[in-house]
Design a protein around this ligand. Structure first.
Ligand SMILES: [Mg+2]
Length: 229
C-alpha cells in the first residue's frame, strides 16, 4: 500500500497518546499542583505528589481528595484550571522527533488534528517543539476550529488546503480517529497502546472504525508511506 512517489503527501497526526504520552502531561500537572499546594500550605512536596498519583490510580478524584485531606481553600475547579493551564514539562521521544524531522526533510507536509482546549493544546505543542515541524495553518484544535473528531470538517480542511495530495492520519483511538479519514480515502495508522495510554482502547468496534495499519512505533511510518531512503 505504497503511495505514488510523485504525489504530495500530507501526514497528519493526533496529539495526545500519539505524538507524546498523555500520562506525561498528567505527571507534569500533578508535579505543578504539588509545588503550588506545598509552598502555599507548607506541605511536603513529594508526599503530596505521591498521594495525587495514588488517588489517580485508585480511580478517585485526586483534586477532591487533596482538598479534603489538607483542608485547602481552593475549589476542585480551581485546581483543574491550574492543571489545564500549566506549561507542561513534556518532550518528544527520539523516534517521534526523528520521524518528524525525516518526513519534513523528504518534503512531506505535516499536520495535526487534536481535540481539546486551545490554550492547553497550544502549550503542549510549544513544549514539544512541534512548531519546528508543523506550520500553524496545519494545526486543527477542536476548541478553536469549532468541531471535534470524527467531524468531517476537521479532516476535509486539509483536503481543501492541499488538493491532489494523498493523506495519512496517525492516531491511537479507534472510537474517533479513523472512521472519518477511512471514509474520505485517507490511509489510517493506529499507534498501539504500549500500556501507558490514559484511555483504554474499546474492544469490538466495527471494521470501519479500525485503522488500515497498526504500528508499535512511529518510526515505521516513513517506510509505510514510501519515503524510505
Ligand atoms: Mg489520542
Amino acid at each position: 500500500m505504497m503511495m505514488p512517489y510523485s504525489q504530495n503527501k500530507v501526514l497528519v497526526f493526533d496529539l495526545d497518546d500519539t505524538l507524546y504520552k498523555e500520562i506525561d502531561f498528567l505527571i507534569s500537572g500533578y508535579r505543578y499542583i504539588s509545588d503550588f499546594v506545598s509552598s502555599k500550605y507548607g506541605l511536603e512536596k513529594s508526599t503530596v505528589y505521591g498521594e495525587l498519583i495514588d488517588w489517580y490510580y485508585s480511580d478517585c478524584n485526586p483534586f477532591k481528595e487533596l482538598i479534603s485531606r489538607y483542608h485547602l481553600s481552593e475549589k476542585i475547579s480551581t485546581l483543574l484550571a491550574i492543571y489545564r493551564n500549566h506549561y507542561p514539562s513534556i518532550a518528544l521521544d527520539y523516534d517521534t522527533e526523528d520521524l518528524l524531522r525525516r518526513s519534513k526533510e523528504k518534503g512531506v507536509t505535516l499536520g495535526l488534528i487534536t481535540d481539546g482546549r486551545g490554550y492547553t493544546q497550544r502549550n503542549k505543542i510549544r513544549a514539544l517543539g512541534l512548531e519546528r515541524f508543523i506550520d500553524n495553518k496545519n494545526i486543527v484544535i477542536s476548541e478553536e476550529f469549532g468541531s471535534e473528531k470524527p467531524s468531517f470538517q476537521n479532516f476535509e480542511y486539509f483536503m481543501t488546503l492541499y488538493p491532489n495530495s494523498s493523506f495519512v492520519y496517525v492516531g491511537d483511538n479507534p472510537k474517533k480517529d479513523f472512521i472519518t479519514p477511512n471514509i474520505l480515502g485517507w490511509i489510517t495508522i493506529m499507534l498501539s497502546d504500549d500500556g501507558r495510554n490514559i484511555h483504554k482502547i474499546p474492544q469490538g468496534l466495527k471494521e470501519e472504525y479500525q485503522a488500515s495499519f497498526r504500528l508499535d512505533n512511529l518510526s515505521g511510518i516513513i517506510e509505510l508511506i514510501g519515503c524510505q531512503d
